[in-house]
Design a protein around this ligand. Sequence first.
Ligand SMILES: Cc1ncc(C[n+]2csc(CCOP(=O)(O)OP(=O)(O)O)c2C)c(N)n1
Ligand SMILES: [Mg+2]
Length: 899
Amino acid sequence: MTDSLQTLSTNGAAVGSPDIDAAETSEWLEAVDAVVEHDGPDRARQILARAVQRAELAGSGPIASITTPYVNTIPAAREAKLPGDPALERRLRSIIRWNAMAMVVRANKVSSELGGHIASFQSLATLYEVGYNHFWHAPSDAHGGDLVYFQGHSSPGNYARAYLEGRLTGEQLDGFRQEVSRPGGLSSYPHPWLMPEFWQFPTVSLGIGAITSIYQARFMKYLAARGMEQTDGRKVWAFIGDGEVDEPETMGSIGMAGREHLDNLIWVVNCNLQRLDGPVRGNGKIIQELESDFRGAGWNVIKVIWGSRWDPLLAEDHDGRLVKVMEECVDGEYQTFKSRDGAYVREHFFGRDPVLLERVSHMSDEEIWLLNRGGLDQQKVYAAYHEAVGHAGQPTVILAKTIKGYGMGVSGEGQMITHQAKKMTEDALLAFRDRFELPLSDEQVRAAEYYKPPEDSPEMQFLRERRAELGGSLPVRRGKAEPLEVPGLEVFKGQLESTGDREISTTMAFVRVLAALLRDKKIARHIVPIVPDESRTFGMEGMFRQVGIYSPVGQLYQPQDSEQLMFYKEDKHGQILEEGITEAGSISSFIAAGTSYSAHGVPMIPFYIYYSMFGYQRVGDLVWAAADSRTRGFMLGGTAGRTTLNGEGLQHEDGHSHVLFSVVPNCRAYDPAFGYEVAVIIQDGLRRMVVDQEDVFYYITLMNENYHHPAMPDGAVDGILRGMYLLRSSARDSGPRVQLLGSGTILNEVLAAAELLESDFGVAADVWSVTSFTELRRDGIGVERWNMLHPLEEPRQAYVSSTLGSRSGPVVASTDYIRAFADQIRQWVPGRYRVLGTDGFGRSDFRRALRRFFEVDRHYVAVAALKELADSGEIELARVGEAIERYEIDADAPMPTTA
Ligand SMILES: Cc1ncc(C[n+]2csc(CCOP(=O)(O)OP(=O)(O)O)c2C)c(N)n1
Ligand SMILES: [Mg+2]
């Protein structure tokens, strides 16, 4: 931390550090005074600016501003030297470059339908290979393993290395992007879901790798602070595209990394100056822009702009003319230079200053062309990584300048089209072979054959030795951890009983369930409550004091409410992750905690509770990434339902998150109405996720409406988990009969409707509590598919069909969600099925008014049931009209969706 304070204070010219030669300092100050007196303050500024620049060029770090000149942060003389044989490493890298390119070219020879990317990895190869050969530890007995977030669309580079390491066969490389038709085929991008023993982090949706890597690094500090796992010495590395920085998820959380001093985090931004369509900052300089952003956010910034071949030119640039031209050129020009040749660079770069042109007159065009970029120079990259891993007190970002499509020549190098180039002309392939000196015949080149040197070649020996030294291959993913023992349902006894006279909400029931888990000896330590500034909304503030809010520095102030029992307590060993107002950050913590079983071998159970509207709707792509990552844990959409959260209006009242979550294949989503349902679902979820280690996660909606909760009926557990169970069976055994379904708090309206139907219309009404339309649909789909594929066997019955099939009468469902939610089970409902739901924009009013407005209240349920009975010929249509009148329903009110 001291380091970071020093670095930060150097922004203010290091005035705080002790003066090691006071006499010398005063001489300098007197000289400044003299200049001001004789030549005026303008002249003083001019001289000082030059002096500052001179010092920064010598590697002083930033002095009076947060940006430094457009040169490498580490001066050549201070670089740590790449150990070993640089030529050997280059040869190995060239082979990996070739194979990565070949697998895309070969796939596209089969069909251009398959796609793939060549250019991005070619710009990254040096940045990856230096990491693989010298820095990245695999998990082993000696080291917990580094966590590397690889750039998604550069996966051919990872596959090409895995091929040399013997982890993948040539046949598998040929199965790139053919996961269905070829056994062992390779996924297009990093997906733990698709390649669970290989990929750890799904990064391809831009920005996701960035934000999740930050919260991963912070989670590792949290694990260590809580004594759950020793994470010292392990690093999180993330590779980010320079175009990717425009995603708010990328830059939106860098402040947290700086603030929390995440010195276990290293980002490498691959500044190849291009994104998909064209230049990232054609009219500016992405590296300079990012330097100030990151430094301002408290990061250690290492710029790796120029390769070693520039060192002599920079060393003799005493008048600063070269650096001046380097600073004047914009990225659009730098891109163009690398799509042309040495003569062009001489004319358009050095030619900007006749003195410079003269200075390079002894160099051939070829030599000028070979002036390399820092991110493609293994020596410069090694030096930067070396400094990054040793830096304490701050996260580090390495801004590495590269060339998109490096080596692709006429087929893409530095060209606007390079991102999507999937093919290489024959000439370009041959030129690639020559440039990287690959021992391949013209014929082998034309066929884009893979190349693997003999096992006893120096390249292969080096490759194996280095990875053995660093603990094994990467990437690698662990699928299971030691299972934990979870408490039985009896721990939640309070929730299984009737609340008697007390009225509570399901949110309160959940808080009690959580409190019980936090008291449970075996599991308490593994619980991770996560909140984005909503604890008080959900009545969870009691936990602040009980388990503390994690802060790396503890609590440096006396909290305003310190006199109170439940004061706001920040603590170095705190258990709660209070994220502040960032749903994207909070779900990133959810992912880090929920995949801890894999990344750290320590199962942790996140309970992430938030305003349901700001969940999927806000961060859907991160939900998808959580699913892909095989995250295990609970997401709790608090104060859910379009009419149950009643005073907050259009932007808060959620009537669709269940439909959104229904699209996630491994998410189990429930809309419970009673405390015992909450308890049963959570207890079983724990069993599935931490005992059986199923790769599922839960979405549970919670409400803030207070009402009486009955005791759990006997035999209800199975139905609660499967999605529905019979709650009320009418005593009438003759006359018309209906089946009413309700979920969430609307279940109470449905129960009331049953009373109305019985007393006002003599209709028998059975009531079912539906905890999950989504789970019911999942069951139905499975059964339907099985029956289709096994036509000659005894057909199976969907759970919905078998339960409702034992009863008679039309079925009516009402929920606090849009109709699509309950409509999910339509094809398995025997007979007539009518669904009421809250389609439309939310608004504020009393719950009663809103439920009437959205037509989901007891009266509408009764009318709907009567209409179904009339349509099936069981009662007169006139009775429906009677009900409309009796319940004072405005039959001509506009549709709520258009109102
Ligand atoms: C959220 C998201 N939007 C769009 C894309 C499509 N896409 C994939 S790569 C790419 C360009 C990436 O440019 P950059 O980040 O500079 O990476 P480079 O390939 O240049 O290393 C785009 C637009 C995506 N993968 N994710
Ligand atoms: Mg780019």
